[in-house]
Every structure is written in C-alpha cells, then in structure tokens.
Design a protein around this ligand. Structure first.
Ligand SMILES: Cc1cc2nc3c(=O)[nH]c(=O)nc-3n(C[C@H](O)[C@H](O)[C@H](O)COP(=O)(O)O)c2cc1C
Length: 194
C-alpha cells in the first residue's frame, strides 16, 4: 500500500481555491503548466483511443479579454461576481474541450455505441480536468473549476475550431490563502461482495 500513498495524498490535497493572485509560484513557469496539461491529455484514456481531449491556456491580455466579455454577457450583478474575480485575480485559465468531429466519426464507425459516445467524451474530459487540477496543486498552483461554457465559447480566440466543444474552465493562480479550505465527508464505504 505504501507505493500508492503519494498518489492518494496528491488526490486528497487538491481543493477548490477561489482566492487567487494573478501570479504563479516563483519556481513555476507557464511552460511548466503547459507541459502538465499536455502530459495529462496525452495519457488520459479515451474511448477507442480516440484522443478527443483538447485544451488551451489563456493568460495575460487574452485571459482578461475572454473573462471581461463573459462579465459583460452574464445578466445580473450577482452573476458577474465570479467571472469578474477570475478576470482580475487569476493568472490564467485552462479551457478543456473535446473534439465533436471525432465523436461524430466514432458514432459513424461504431453505430452500436452511437448514443453513448458523447458520454464517453464527458467522462474522459472530466478525468483530464481533475488530473490537471490535482497535478497543478503539486506545484502549489491553486485553482477552481468553472462552467461558463457558452460565454467562453463566444469569446474564444477565432482560431479555435468551432467543433471543439467547451467542457470547463480550470482557473489557476497563486493561492492567496495559506490554509486549504476544509470540507466534510459522508460515510461512503465500498462493500466487497464475494
Ligand atoms: C464536475 C464538477 C463541476 C463543478 N462545477 C463547478 C462550478 O461550475 N463552479 C464552481 O465554483 N465550482 C465547481 N465545482 C467545484 C465543486 O464545488 C468542488 O469541487 C466541491 O465543492 C468539493 O470541494 P473541493 O474541490 O475543495 O474538493 C465543480 C466540481 C466538479 C467535480
């Protein structure tokens, strides 16, 4: 069991951290973040090894522009608070996508699974998102997961293919708090039947 302990500890120490500064830890570069995302997307399994996961990193002026457009598009002052804090306080955003064109090709090639391929895309994207979130925490990069998918899609750089479906935004930066947020857990045993 001891061999798996560091992996479990890494999973347990990932947290939603909303209080961020628009910086990275001094020993971490944007290229480090890029390398982590690329490695995780490469090794996250996909249905039929279809490799449908895609991601981009927004930072600097593009991060601000995309989130500013989101702030301006969301209706109501209360709804603008989160995207405004992301725009002003985070260092960057990893936008996760899956390639709908690949999903459609799979549906044509394997009709028996046609209705479930969109779910397979969701599953694999979720795995990539959470593994990235966990890995960044190992670099002391904090983050939180957002779903302003339609707004973000409308504001993306024009070079992003239209068939890339937006799944989430992993917002990241330097944690502005020292303590990890606490959370409660339910009793949730996994029973063995034999
Ligand atoms: C699939 C998924 C969707 C989530 N969507 C959002 C979201 O849209 N906005 C948000 O602020 N947090 C979102 N979260 C964060 C959860 O609220 C958070 O992970 C949960 O409360 C547990 O806290 P922890 O991340 O600190 O472990 C999401 C998390 C997951 C796994």
């Amino acid at each position: 069991m001891s061999a798996v302990a560091p992996y479990l500890k890494a999973i347990a120490s990932r947290r939603t951290v909303y209080a961020l500064k628009p910086q990275l830890p001094s020993n971490v570069t944007l290229q480090d973040v890029q390398s982590v995302v690329e490695a995780i997307i490469k090794d996250t399994p996909t249905a039929f090894n279809s490799q449908i996961n895609r991601a981009i990193i927004l930072t600097g002026a593009e991060h601000k522009r995309v989130w500013d457009e989101t702030v301006n598009s969301v209706q109501g002052d209360s709804g603008k608070k989160r995207p405004a804090s992301v725009r002003d306080e985070a260092f960057g955003t990893i936008v996760f996508f899956t390639d709908d064109k690949t999903t459609e090709e799979l549906q044509a090639k394997f009709p028996v699974y046609a209705s479930i391929f969109p779910q397979f895309a969701d599953h694999s994207s979720g795995a990539a998102q959470i593994q990235t979130w966990t890995a960044l925490k190992q670099l002391d990069v904090g983050g939180h997961l957002q779903h302003y998918n339609g707004y973000i899609k409308a504001a993306l750089p024009k070079s992003i293919p239209l068939e890339w479906q937006v799944h989430s935004q992993l917002v990241f930066g330097l944690p502005a708090v020292d303590e990890l947020p606490q959370k409660s857990y339910i009793e949730n045993p996994v029973k063995i039947f034999s």
